[in-house]
Design a protein around this ligand. Structure first.
Ligand SMILES: Nc1ncnc2c1ncn2[C@@H]1O[C@H](COP(=O)(O)OP(=O)(O)OP(=O)(O)O)[C@@H](O)[C@H]1O
Ligand SMILES: [Mg+2]
Length: 244
């Protein structure tokens, strides 16, 4: 069995029977505001504190904005700056230029190659073992050509696998509801999928998470409520109640 990478997130490692198999490519999907960015940041933060360097590639927001959002949400994690200053967690802004939109054109291939080369050089120079890309939906929106998008996703995974990292990539779900879940063809190339849902009506919204798949390990099949607290995520794993 592959070695496990602990996420360090309360409850999630229980759902994963110890963690994510080492060097897995995991999709973290969820609706707007479900907590994809915060959860993936917490994964790197917890791993940095365990001694494993992480690189966060922000495709959607400025690193400064990201850090201030994270600090506003996780007020009890008072050592975020120390972790960032230690170099164990590096945040990079990666903003693909409009050239990516030029499909059927060499410019688009060139632009994607540039983004990938930037990502690779940061991973190599920081010796990052854990990687977050937030989010790959940005590429989908920019490229607008499903075939080309899939080709780039595959290329990205091939490159990340070659670099030997464990990666979490966030993706926007079309609907935050579990029963409207749609699997897209590009999902099948990932080793694991963790989904975050928002269910119920506006007045009684419930956040729930589920491990849809995780190659190479046992995992929970239970839809698990979660909470975003000032000291991080809490997933109320059923495995806590009925120990395995
Ligand atoms: N200061 C805060 N206090 C409490 N909860 C917060 C705070 N900031 C954010 N949150 C919670 O975190 C959620 C946003 O988390 P996050 O930015 O990780 O979501 P996301 O899934 O990445 O969203 P998007 O699709 O917009 O990128 C909010 O919807 C809210 O529930
Ligand atoms: Mg986000």
């Amino acid at each position: 069995m592959a070695e496990k990478v602990q996420t360090g997130v309360s409850g999630l490692d229980k759902m994963l029977y110890g963690g994510i198999p080492d060097k897995s490519m995991v999709l973290l999907s969820g609706g707007p505001g479900a907590g994809k960015t915060l959860l993936s940041f917490e994964f790197l933060y917890r791993n940095a504190k365990m001694g494993h360097t992480g690189a966060f590639f922000a495709l959607e927001e400025e690193p400064g904005q990201l850090v201030s959002n994270v600090k506003a949400a996780f007020t009890e994690l008072t050592d975020i700056d120390d972790v960032l200053n230690s170099g164990k967690l590096v945040i990079n802004a990666e903003t693909p230029s409009e050239d990516l939109i030029n499909d059927y054109d060499e410019k688009s291939n060139f632009e994607f190659g540039k983004v990938m080369a930037d990502i690779e050089s940061v991973i190599t120079s920081t010796k990052a073992e854990r990687v977050v890309i937030d989010s790959v939906s940005v590429l989908d929106i920019m490229i607008r050509n499903p075939t080309l998008y899939r080709k780039y996703m595959l290329a990205m995974l091939t490159n990340l696998r070659r670099l030997g990292v464990t990666a979490l990539m966030t993706i926007e779900l079309e609907s935050p509801e579990r029963d409207k879940l749609v699997f897209k063809p590009e999902y099948f190339i990932f080793d694991g999928i963790i989904a975050l849902y928002q269910t119920g009506e506006e007045s009684r919204r419930m956040l729930a998470s589920e491990v849809l798949k995780m190659r190479g390990t046992r995992h929970s099949f239970v839809t698990t409520p979660y909470d975003i607290t000032s000291s991080g995520f809490r997933l109320f794993a059923a495995e806590d109640i009925a120990p395995y």
